[in-house]
Design a protein around this ligand. Structure first.
Ligand code: SF4
Length: 315
C-alpha cells in the first residue's frame, strides 16, 4: 500500500482555484516519477477533488439530496407501515429500471391492483412463485422478469425476518447505517439497492452517521476521471477507498454529486465542455494541457497491482 493511507480532511468552506490544479498536474508530469514529489502533490489533488465535489453540493441545488416518495415530510417515528413498505418496494425495483418510473408503478400496483393491502409483502406472497411470474406483464412493475421475480423472494424474506414491516429494518438503528445495511442485505438484494435505501434514509434523516459511497460503475468512472485522470475508471474498492480519503467524516456526501455528474456529463463518452467541473477535473485539465498523468496518479494512490490486494483486505 502506498504511504498515503490516512484520510485527507477536506473543508468545504472555499471553492478551488482552477490554477492550483493546473500547477499540480504540471508538477506531477514533470516529477520524473519521483514518488516523493508525486505523493506530496496527491494530497493536494485529493483536497482539490474534495472541495470541488463538496462545493457542487453547497452551491448547486440539483447536486444536493433528492426528495424521496413516502419518506419526505415524515419522521422516522411517524411513517406508516404502508408507506415504509411502499418505499422499500420501489427501491428494490430501481435496479436496472432505466427510464421506467418504478415509483409510479409501485404506487399503482399497491393502490389500484392490490387495493391497498394491510401488508404489502404478505399480499405478494399469497402468489405462488409461478403465479407471481405469470403476472409479469399484468403487474408491469419492472422491465426485467428477474427483478420482478426478486420482489417475490424479498417479500418472503421480509415476512420471515421483519414481520412484513420495513420499519423494523431501520427503526432501532438511527445512528448505525452500517447495521441497517446488513439488515437490508438479509433480503438478498444487491449491494447497490441496499446503498440506495441507506442513502434515502440518510437524506431524510431517518439515519445519521458515516456511510461509504456505493462505488458502482458511475462512482468509479467519475471519481477515476476527476481525481486520477484515469478514463478507464477505478474498481469498486478503489472508488470507496478514495471516497473515504476525500470525505473521511462521511463519504456518503459525495454520492449525489458523483451520481449527477455521471448521469449528466461524465458518461462513457465524457462531455467535458458542458461539465460544471471541467476546470477542476484531472482528466479534463490534463487533456487541455496535453499532459498525461493518469497512470502516475493512479499508481501513487493505489500502488502496483500486487499491492492492491492489501487494499481489498483493508476495505
Ligand atoms: S470534466 Fe469531463 S471527465 Fe471531468 S467529470 Fe466532467 S465530464 Fe467527467
Amino acid at each position: 500500500m502506498p504511504e498515503m493511507t490516512e484520510p485527507v480532511f477536506v473543508s468545504d468552506q472555499v471553492d478551488t482555484d482552477p490554477e492550483q490544479l493546473r500547477i499540480l498536474i504540471q508538477d506531477i508530469a514533470s516529477s520524473c516519477r519521483d514518488p516523493k514529489v508525486i505523493q506530496h502533490s496527491l494530497l493536494d489533488l485529493i483536497r482539490v477533488t474534495g472541495r470541488t465535489l463538496l462545493s457542487l453540493r453547497r452551491f448547486e441545488p440539483r447536486f444536493r439530496t433528492s426528495e424521496w416518495p413516502w419518506l419526505s415530510g415524515t419522521r422516522h417515528d411517524d411513517i406508516t407501515l404502508q408507506d415504509a413498505n411502499l418505499f422499500l418496494c420501489a427501491c428494490i425495483l430501481e435496479q436496472n429500471a432505466g427510464k421506467t418510473d418504478v415509483w409510479d408503478n409501485t404506487a399503482y400496483f399497491v393502490h389500484e391492483i392490490l387495493d391497498d393491502p394491510e401488508n404489502l409483502w404478505r399480499s405478494i406472497i399469497l402468489h405462488s412463485p409461478e403465479g407471481w411470474a405469470d403476472q409479469f406483464w399484468e403487474y408491469n412493475l419492472h422491465p426485467e422478469p428477474a427483478v420482478h421475480a426478486r420482489l417475490r423472494e424479498v417479500a418472503s424474506l421480509m415476512v420471515r425476518y421483519y414481520h412484513g414491516d420495513a420499519r423494523l429494518i431501520w427503526n432501532e438503528y438511527l445512528e448505525n447505517p452500517q447495521e441497517v445495511f446488513k439488515r437490508i442485505r438479509v433480503l438478498k438484494v444487491p449491494r447497490s439497492t441496499a446503498c440506495l435505501v441507506i442513502g434515502a434514509l440518510k437524506d431524510e434523516h431517518y439515519l445519521e452517521g458515516w456511510f461509504d459511497i456505493v462505488g458502482d460503475v458511475v462512482d468509479s468512472r467519475v471519481l477515476g476521471r476527476i481525481a486520477c485522470g484515469e478514463g478507464n475508471g477505478l474498481t469498486s474498492y478503489q472508488a470507496r477507498f478514495l471516497g473515504r480519503m476525500i470525505a473521511a467524516g462521511d463519504p456518503w456526501i459525495l454520492d449525489r454529486p458523483l451520481y449527477v455528474l455521471g448521469m449528466s456529463y461524465c458518461g462513457p463518452g465524457p462531455r467535458c465542455r458542458r461539465c460544471p467541473v471541467n476546470e477542476r477535473c484531472v482528466y479534463a485539465v490534463s487533456l487541455e494541457l496535453g499532459l498525461s498523468v493518469g497512470t502516475m496518479v493512479y499508481e501513487g494512490l493505489f500502488g502496483q497491482k500486487t499491492v492492491q490486494k492489501s487494499l481489498k483486505n483493508w476495505l
